[in-house]
Design a protein around this ligand. Structure first.
Ligand SMILES: [Zn+2]
Ligand SMILES: [Zn+2]
Length: 332
């Protein structure tokens, strides 16, 4: 018992190692840029002030979004999704799987859940003992069910989901800008040190290394950010990109795709002035998400609008959309 608790403690401490590595690199980049480049290497005072001002704005935005991604706790489903004591007893005492499925379907009838398991059953987490809301998944690292779970990120030691997806995207965007700015401003001095025009040995090491690290992070983050931009534009989570959500009439990878602008609004909110700030502005409460099929059922005219067009959707998916819209219509 004590051994397993000790092991869990070690595991939890070990999970902070990637965050500590990032924090150390960021602190060193701050020292190298501010002290070694701006204060020691730069001689023009106007250039010094301009470089430092822009650097600090980007640094604050970068650290702020990183902080929010790490410390915004993933949201668990509401109490009403948890099984009541009586339901739990009834479910556990039942051995026939088909009756268990019926019990879950009965409980889920009063909840707004539209996604299903691969075999058409209600999605149920037996570890958390709850009916999973749409887009909710169980994270084995955090050992909880997380609303609109995207993935568990070791670099922020946190689950990326409904509560912090916007922060995570902004963190990627600002870290890209931070790296790009460092690389662009350091490049001139990198050449000067390289060609021997400047000779300060200690600063030379920091400036050369600064450019190398900035370019390395920029390239790797660019792919990740590009992928997430694509996911946001389709209103898909990373998990949904790997395995399409299943609706009553089968899997539909575009089930939550509402069109480009509405997809952006789902994550960033309707107020454009808040889009670039790390403040909560995502639409909804993470339990229910508007669906393409449901919107089309409410307003059939929208089905023909250009905003629904999507080159990536094949005929088969389109057919399943129509079918699922009918199924949802019938249920509501
Ligand atoms: Zn769970
Ligand atoms: Zn997690």
């Amino acid at each position: 018992m004590a051994l397993s608790r000790g092991l869990r403690c070690c595991q939890r401490a070990f999970a902070w190692v990637p965050v500590a590595i990032i924090a150390l690199v960021v602190l060193w980049s701050y020292y190298a840029y501010v002290c070694e480049l701006c204060l020691v290497t730069l001689s023009n005072p106007v250039e010094k002030v301009a470089y430092l001002t822009v650097f600090h704005i980007l640094f604050v935005l970068f650290v702020w979004t990183y902080w929010k991604s790490i410390f915004t706790l993933p949201v668990q489903p509401d109490k009403k999704y948890h099984m009541s004591y009586a339901d739990k007893e009834r479910y556990e005492n039942e051995e026939r799987p088909e009756v268990q499925r019926q019990i879950l379907a009965e409980i889920a009838r009063k909840l707004p859940v539209y996604t299903r398991t691969g075999n058409g059953g209600i999605r149920f987490c037996d570890r958390c003992q709850l009916i999973k809301p749409d887009r909710c998944h169980h994270c084995s690292v955090c050992a909880i069910c997380v609303l609109k779970m995207d993935h568990h990120c070791p670099w922020v030691n946190n689950c990326i989901g409904f509560s912090n997806y916007k922060f995570f995207l902004l963190f990627l965007a600002y870290s890209l800008l931070y790296c790009l700015y460092i690389a662009a401003t350091v490049f001139k001095y990198f050449i000067k040190y390289w060609t021997g025009e400047l000779t300060n040995g200690r600063s030379k090491f920091h400036v050369l290394f600064l450019l190398f690290v900035a370019v390395m992070f920029f390239v790797s983050l660019m792919f990740l950010f590009g992928y997430h931009c694509w996911l946001v534009s389709r209103n898909r989570s990373t998990l949904e990109a790997f395995s399409a959500p299943v609706f009553q009439n089968g899997p539909d990878k575009n089930g939550f795709n509402l069109g480009f602008v509405k997809n952006l609004q789902q994550v960033f909110g309707e107020e454009k002035k808040l889009w670039l700030l790390p403040v909560v502005s995502s639409l909804g409460d993470g339990h229910f998400f508007p669906m393409r099929a449901l919107c089309e059922a409410q307003n059939p005219l929208l089905a023909n609008e250009e905003q629904w067009e999507d080159d990536g959707i094949d005929e088969e998916t389109h057919d399943s959309n129509e079918a699922s819209s009918l199924a949802i219509e019938r249920e509501t």
